[in-house]
Ligand binder design. Structure first.
Ligand code: ASP
Ligand code: MG
Length: 414
């Protein structure tokens, strides 16, 4: 007897037929006494369709109303999913995020899950129901619905699993696990049986689309193992857990991540005095804009002006433009240049720590592929390069080939 939280993404619940397949699979795998909570996303591309609808009404982001609109997508899925089970003669009940006790904080549009109070979910499980919960939404302290950022249903599933001390959180998706690079863009990728949550967090943060970074963080916080696997096959996927049980620790590099959504901003001609960078980044933080790679340029040492270049998610570009153009208009900076043709490629692996040569190999692969590097940033377990977006696929492929084929060893000794 075990408690499972199973999350199915938008492509997995895109049609009533697919919902029926899911229901049959869940019932087939359920052992006597198992308790099942299912978290679902909105059907297919319906979140995008709702966003398009909102854009037709106004290009202003009315954040509260937009969340009200977006949260309906998941509500369609839970109701239809519950009906599907009922039709099969199995007791089931749908619950919205607020009904399931998902307490959201922060702001509309990218709210965090601050608490989970799953009393109702437990009660419905006790009553013999399969409980179907709407992903991507929670209730703010003021009673409003807020959404959790794109891909946020993963976070719902992991947080629920954590709060309910589930035995496993399963993320069913259209890929069958976590690969050494995105198999849709790169050939020769390897599926990982296991990955540590630190590595997965870094991969997700750097653009591996399989899981939303925040949900990986929640998995760490609650010590919940997460099984990422395919909706469409029975094959085992990849298990994200604290410590890998297998001998994978020696892999210097675990994966190559790509992020096509990095936008580059150059703030030019700032006064070269203490506190200036603080001013820029605090204004961005107040506006909920996360800054990623940062470099401050070295002009002449006696120059009284300096430049700061950094990257953000391109979804935040128009917000950033608004605040930084205002600073320019007030004369606080001379010029701001926005560049949306950039992308980020990264290598990730805990085994890289303290091993020289990974950066050199990465830069070598990019150089031979004719890809220019604009900015480099590193963390303890990753190295990232900002490049032109048009070069992204080429860059990932080149780095992946170098690191994962037998030639890699040769290359090191060359
Ligand atoms: N439906 C939401 C989205 O498309 C949440 C999710 O899919 O996890 O971003
Ligand atoms: Mg979706």
């Amino acid at each position: 007897m075990a408690l499972y939280v199973k999350k199915f993404g938008g492509s997995s619940v895109a049609t009533p037929e697919k919902m029926l397949n899911i229901a049959n699979r869940v019932l087939r795998d359920r052992k006597p006494g198992d308790k099942i909570v299912i978290v679902v996303s909105a059907m297919g591309d319906s979140t995008d369709d709702l966003l398009d609808l909102a854009a037709k009404v106004s290009d202003v982001n009315y954040a509260r109303e937009r969340d009200m609109l977006l949260s309906t997508g998941e509500q369609v899925s839970i109701a239809l999913m519950a009906m599907t089970f009922k039709k099969l003669g199995v007791p089931a009940i749908s619950l919205t995020g607020p009904q399931a006790g998902i307490v959201a904080g922060g702001g509309y549009g990218k709210a965090t899950i601050d608490d989970v109070k799953p009393d109702r979910v437990f009660k419905e499980l006790e009553a013999g129901n399969i409980v179907i919960v709407a992903g991507f939404q929670g209730m703010m302290p003021n009673g409003d619905i807020a959404t959790l950022g794109r891909g946020g249903s993963d976070a719902t599933a992991v947080a629920l699993a954590g709060a309910m001390h589930a035995d496993m959180c399963e993320i069913f998706t259209d890929v069958d696990g976590v690969y050494s690079a995105d198999p849709r863009h790169v050939t020769g990728t390897i599926k990982m049986k296991e990955i540590t949550n630190t590595e997965m967090l870094e991969m997700a943060r750097l653009g591996a689309g399989v899981m939303q970074p925040r949900s990986v963080e929640l998995g760490m916080k609650y010590h919940i193992p997460i099984h990422v696997r395919s909706t469409f096959t029975d094959e085992e996927g990849t298990i994200i857990r604290e410590v890998c049980t297998m001998e994978t620790r020696d892999d210097t590099v675990r994966g190559v991540a790509q992020d096509a959504h990095a936008a580059r901003i150059a703030v030019l001609g700032l006064r070269n005095i203490p506190g200036v960078a603080y001013k820029i980044f605090s204004v961005l933080a107040e506006n909920n804009i996360t800054v990623d790679m940062i470099v401050q340029s070295v002009r002449n040492s006696n120059d009284d002006k300096t430049d700061i270049i950094f990257t953000i998610d391109d979804a935040d570009l128009s917000d950033a433009k608004r605040v930084l153009d205002a600073m320019r208009d007030e004369g606080k900076v001379e010029e701001v240049i926005y560049d949306d043709d950039t992308a980020k490629v990264s290598v990730v692996g805990a085994g890289m720590l303290g091993r020289p040569g990974v950066a050199a190999r990465m830069f070598g692969a990019l150089g031979r592929a004719g890809v220019n590097i604009d900015i480099v940033s590193t963390s303890e377990i990753s190295i990232s390069c900002l490049i032109l977006r048009k070069d992204l696929d080429k860059a990932v492929q080149a780095i992946h080939c170098l690191l994962y084929t037998s030639d890699a060893a040769d290359d090191l000794t060359r």
